[in-house]
Design a protein around this ligand. Structure first.
Ligand SMILES: Nc1ncnc2c1ncn2[C@@H]1O[C@H](COP(=O)(O)OP(=O)(O)O)[C@@H](O)[C@H]1O
Ligand SMILES: [Mg+2]
Length: 286
């Protein structure tokens, strides 16, 4: 196990204290895995990224770093380029110029979308995408079995350790009472949690969440904030969100980045960016 490894393996460990998923890797909550060189403390580096759509600059020399284990909130008005930024990180959109590095050595602009996912970047799109006709439990199980880093086990029976890991994940995403329900019957918020669980079971080294609480009820939003606060420090995460109360609840003393017209307008603690004159102007549409 790498010395960078921190996380939940204590919770999921077998009685002998070994991590639940054999092969010396942390069972869950691995911040940094093999192949990602984070010796300089950052997991992601965007440098001078520009993207144009028909001459319109959606991203304009965007430069941004995410630290290992950081929970970075990204805010900004509609059209600021937040989703385009995630599209660039995940290989869906190629930048016209600039570089994107995952750790020190992995140039993401040279990799395909599946290669980027396999390298350890998980993305939660705005709309939930779960297997509606399968149970909640089966959804997590399927996600676990499609994890490219694990031996092909699609038709194999789960080990006791794997069952334990799924149970622990269901508890984490607050769905332990719904394990045998059909995912299609869940509320919108529960589907979002399920999808987050499906991503987490694959142990992403960086998790990108695009407006995770859009369409959630207030109590679902609050529970999502609790979940992200539990994940703080165990995962490197980038969370794009409009809901300012939610951002306040998860930002803590961490950094919040404000995007505007495809570049960083301000960066700092939540109360600092909220007091920033240009940020106020942009949000008021002046
Ligand atoms: N595929 C695309 N084709 C043309 N314009 C696009 C495309 N994707 C995004 N845009 C434009 O780029 C700008 C930034 O969009 P987006 O990244 O979705 O912003 P945000 O997520 O911050 O609301 C918007 O003006 C949007 O209309
Ligand atoms: Mg968006």
């Amino acid at each position: 196990m790498s010395k960078d490894t921190i996380g939940y393996q204590a919770n999921l460990a077998d009685d002998d204290g070994k991590p639940a998923f054999g092969d010396g890797q942390a069972s869950y909550g691995r911040v940094v895995g093999d192949g990602v060189d984070t010796t300089h403390g950052a997991i992601l580096y965007l440098d001078a990224i520009s993207v144009s759509f028909d001459g319109f600059k959606a991203l304009n020399a965007l430069t941004l770093d995410i630290g290992v284990g950081e929970l970075r909130c990204i805010i900004g008005p509609n059209g600021a380029g937040k989703t385009t930024m995630m599209d660039v990180i995940t290989g869906k959109t190629r930048p016209d110029s600039g570089t994107v590095f995952f750790g020190q050595t992995i140039d993401l602009t040279k990799l395909s979308e599946p290669q980027i996912a396999r390298a350890g970047i998980g993305r939660k799109f705005q709309r939930p995408t779960v297997f509606e006709n399968h149970t909640v439990y089966e959804n997590i199980e399927l996600a676990m079995k499609t994890d490219k880093r694990v031996k092909p086990t699609l038709f194999a029976k789960l080990s006791g350790e794997q069952h334990d890991a799924i149970d622990a994940m269901l508890e984490l995403v607050k769905l332990e009472g719904s394990a045998s329900r059909s995912a299609g019957l869940l509320s919108h918020g529960q589907k979002q949690w399920l999808e987050i669980g499906m991503l987490l079971i694959q142990e992403p080294q960086l998790l990108l969440l695009d407006e995770p609480v859009a369409g959630m009820t207030d109590s679902e939003t609050q529970r999502t904030a609790e979940l992200l606060n539990e994940l703080r420090g165990k995962h490197s995460m980038m969370v794009v969100e409009h809901d300012m109360d939610f951002v306040t609840a998860i930002a803590g003393t961490g950094k919040v980045t404000v995007l505007h017209e495809g570049s960083v307008l301000a960066e700092g603690r939540m109360h600092e960016v909220q007091a920033h004159e240009r940020v106020i102007e942009v949000y008021l549409g002046r």
